[in-house]
Design a protein around this ligand. Structure first.
Ligand SMILES: Cc1cc2nc3c(=O)[nH]c(=O)nc-3n(C[C@H](O)[C@H](O)[C@H](O)COP(=O)(O)O)c2cc1C
Length: 193
């Protein structure tokens, strides 16, 4: 094993800390997945989001079994994926936190698909919950797309190595410890690492 390969090779079991640190090298966009349950808007920040199929149009996101909002979104049977711009870090922090009622004081509107929409995002995907596959400590949720809305021209939010943006990408080193100071430490799931 070279000094650079802190990550397990053949046969070794990867610890959650190693896995998280390694996956932090995968830069992704960030979304807020929302739903309306019994009239209440609910939602959580989610980077584990991707398209799956064009015909039919399917998307997927991964939801932590500890999420409070995912069971409510599941019950409602429908969700909206709001794709964040880089200017929306406080919105991301709000929806990435397990504290408080996330929609209190937040701007949102009800769409014609019955899903809560956040303003000024890049785009939204509205979908019905189509399949739910338990996968370790997460559920893999496949959605049948009902509509997409292109909203605004913004640079996308990027989440990389536990922080927003690529600013420190050139100098950042592999981490296996806790997140750097001043970056989010709220992400408790495997998919963001
Ligand atoms: C940038 C970022 C990305 C996140 N990605 C995910 C994700 O893909 N899946 C997930 O279940 N939680 C993800 N989280 C964590 C949840 O947003 C967080 O645990 C939230 O508190 C869950 O809220 P809830 O309990 O109200 O559902 C992410 C958080 C942040 C800040």
């Amino acid at each position: 094993m070279s000094s650079d390969s802190a990550i397990s090779d053949g046969g070794e079991v990867v610890t959650p800390a190693e896995f998280r640190a390694a996956m932090a090298d995968f830069a992704s966009g960030v979304t807020v997945v929302t739903g309306l349950d019994a009239g209440d808007p609910v939602g959580f920040a989610c980077q584990a989001f991707a398209s799956v199929s064009l015909e039919p149009p399917l998307v997927v996101f991964c939801a932590d079994h500890r999420s409070r909002s995912w069971p409510r979104i599941r019950r409602s049977g429908r969700f909206c994926v709001n794709v964040l711009g880089e200017h929306q870090t406080s919105l991301c922090e709000r929806f990435g936190s397990s504290q408080g009622r996330k929609f209190d004081g937040a701007e949102w509107s009800l769409t014609r698909w019955g899903t809560p929409a956040l303003p000024d995002v890049l785009m939204r995907v509205h979908a019905d919950v189509n399949q739910v596959h338990p996968a370790g400590d997460h559920d893999l949720v496949v959605g049948r797309v009902l509509a997409v809305e292109r909203i605004a021209e913004h640079r996308p939010m990027i989440f990389f190595r536990g922080g927003f943006g690529l600013g420190t990408a050139a100098t950042a080193t592999r981490r296996s410890g806790p997140p750097r100071q001043g970056v989010l430490s709220t992400r408790p799931t495997t998919s963001e690492a």
